[in-house]
Design a protein around this ligand. Sequence first.
Ligand code: FHN
Length: 440
Amino acid sequence: MKKLGITFIFLVLIYIQAFTQSGYTPAEENLKNREWFQDAKFGMFIHWGVYSVMAGGGDYGIAEWIMNEKQIPIKAYENLANFFNPVAFDAAEWVAAAKAAGMKYITITSKHHDGFAMFDSKVSDWDIVERTPYGKDVLRMLKEECDRQGIKLFFYHSQLDWHHPDYYPRGRTGQGYTGRPESGNWGRYIDYMNAQLTELLTNYGDIGGIWFDGMWDQWDADWQLDKTYALIHKLQPGALIGSNHHKMPYPGEDFQMFERDLPGENTMGFNQGGISELPLEMCETMNGSWGYNIKDRRFKSTKELIQTMVKAAGYGANFLLNNGPMPNGKLQPENVDTLKVIGKWLGKYGETYYGTTRGPVSPRSWGATTRRGNTVYVHIMDLPDEYVFLPELRQKIESVKLFEDQSNLKYSQNNMGTIITVPFVKRNDIDTIVVINLKE
Ligand code: FHN
């Protein structure tokens, strides 16, 4: 009898594992896409929505959050859609800018926290086709262009919603000011979210994946991740799921992301999780805003961005660099210029970046290492001495050269580690790359 009971529990467990994401086994195409993702390394993040019309309202640090920050009730906020007419939007231009930068994929906001769908949704009329004078599905236009130019498209999707009445109980944000009744049906909200995700996963061909954001709005809510993740993996087994909950990944997620912090760091104060074995991605802004902010001219230098990108690669993490397009549909010209410079850098040094994994020495104050097979790339960005010390490499060194001119560098390897001479005269202001070839 006891044996039967145990068998029954075992069968139930197998059943649960098979029909939820708790026992998630990624499909073959999912694993292949993870590999592709890790090799691709560099993507463009796009935050675009009706909020871009308000351009931050004259405050730093506000753009896509303006509804909540300025406590704009839904009725008033909905007017923004009437002014959103991005007639200068040219998907081909955006994708070309991403390609020129050396980016291999684009992740765009399909719906941000204001709940506005940037696509033709049949389960809501709070969308670009029904509410704006523009009236076109920009996600479709972008996807078609991505397919033409060989770029993968991912959809950012906000789980938290300041507009939908059924997003109730409310979380930390989108409270009373929105004008929603203090009631709602949470289960219906999850169904609505899943219905929009179904649209995104069935109407736009193969997509790269879904980039979730917003669970941090309320940890106690019943997010029903198993249901949502199983749905996505059923509709497109190859689509990668990631969630910006700032914690260790949950079952069913295929990659882990870090917001404006290198993996393991927490300068932002919310990246509390550790580093998982899943593919990693760090997202970063070009200035201090995600969406378009007219006042924020504090653009990061290309040097800073390239160095962050390379340091992220030293952790094995992709770099998802944000653009907040203007309400007319154009990318900010300053950003386009920056993208070109990064693209030029990658054109020259991409071999030390694309298709690499994290190197044998974890990132240090002087830089980072990346690796492909028996080749290790040492990226030196801030080294006050003429020598760099690398702890045990585990393999004997065959040669050490400077990437730039292929000249041999002096080195000495013993069981404590390796010291390489990197002459000051050969230094590059952004990244001096040393190539170590290891013996089999
Ligand atoms: O609240 C959002 C924010 O607007 C932006 O989308 C970033 C991108 O990583 N994520 C959230 C904050 O964690």
